[in-house]
Design a binder for this molecule. Sequence first.
Ligand SMILES: Cc1cc2nc3c(=O)[nH]c(=O)nc-3n(C[C@H](O)[C@H](O)[C@H](O)COP(=O)(O)OP(=O)(O)OC[C@H]3O[C@@H](n4cnc5c(N)ncnc54)[C@H](O)[C@@H]3O)c2cc1C
Length: 378
Amino acid sequence: MTGLRVAVVGGGIGGATAALALRRQGVDVAVYERRETVPPVGSGLGLAGNGYRVLAGLGLGPALDATGAPISTMRMLGADGTEFALYDTGRLLGMRRADLIRVVLDGLGPGVVHHGRECVGVDPDAGRPIVRFADGSSAVADVVVVADGLRSRTAAVVATPPALRPSGMSALRGFVDGDGLPEHLATGQNAWLGADRHLLCYPVDRHGTLNFAAFVPRPAGNADEWSFRVDPGMVRDAYAGWDHDAAAILARATDVYRYDLADRDPSAPWTRAGVVLLGDAAHPMLPHMGQGANQAIEDAAVLAALLGGSGAAAGLAERLAAYEAARKPRTDRIQEQSRRNGERFSGGDSSPVGDLSWVYGYDAPAAGRAAAGRLLDR
Ligand SMILES: Cc1cc2nc3c(=O)[nH]c(=O)nc-3n(C[C@H](O)[C@H](O)[C@H](O)COP(=O)(O)OP(=O)(O)OC[C@H]3O[C@@H](n4cnc5c(N)ncnc54)[C@H](O)[C@@H]3O)c2cc1C
């Protein structure tokens, strides 16, 4: 053990991966998650090559491969089903969010994640930061990693975040049984682009389950809630008259959830007095590059290399600043590109997405080691 004690607020994909990466570096870590358990189903997401690389390096490759659905192609289609592009997706694994978290938690083993512990504040100015919980208890650590997501209530401890910026779009999401659907729907990622909306569909497990995310202009109503269940007829109506493959998928939808999409402008700093932001709490982005979770996973690898790896000889504040410096230019760019993709896709823009090797080819553990090396060379 390094002697360093880290408390992570939020046991989502970013917080859980940070805990695993830190433990592998010999750091003593505890995760505090407000939910009582991992939600049984959740939604779907694509684990891209850049995120997969980190998790495989932590020993999770076989469990991920056994759980997720490998996707090798992305078909771009018009609303009427005309195919206008076919991309190689590289190493993309479709997964249920809950399955991904479970794989990471299995890697962590018992006793690290404390469920049912809602953080209500962090006091950074007590020498060592103190995390306070709704049940009146508290925890002291050398470093507090704030990983409580897009609507973080803790990030303001570091700096007041920019206001949430609704994108004007909602995602209607759900899973369907893909049994009997054409092969190209069951094995690949398909995106239908229309005038002001687009539909994305891909497999999430080895049993033929498909995830769909139907992006539509934000419907009226429920302004106070950003995530809730809706009538499945809503998604069918929204895509009435579209390609028969799209209709076949949506006809099977039973449980549909609406998410009103929002991000924030890139902001700084990410760290203050031993408290550091990670994942959506640091760089909330729209889902139109499929990178929010992947970037949180990358953050975890870089932070772990700096807190537990060879960077340990440098001071804590320097190491946390080095994490921000290593990560922020990349996440700024992806936040920006995600917004632009949202505008493009919902405008029916079918122009090529361009070379994305800078996204998927990134080696976060190597970037973390390089950042630690730069600290030591000073
Ligand atoms: C429609 C849609 C599609 C998406 N598709 C993809 C995709 O394909 N690929 C991808 O990489 N990303 C995708 N994303 C983005 C991705 O879901 C997020 O970026 C990712 O979940 C962020 O991880 P996180 O750990 O930072 O935050 P979260 O996943 O939000 O986790 C935060 C955790 O903190 C907990 N928490 C919150 N407050 C407290 C508190 N006070 N105390 C204790 N715990 C707390 C929460 O319960 C939660 O478990 C998508 C998002 C949307 C909306």
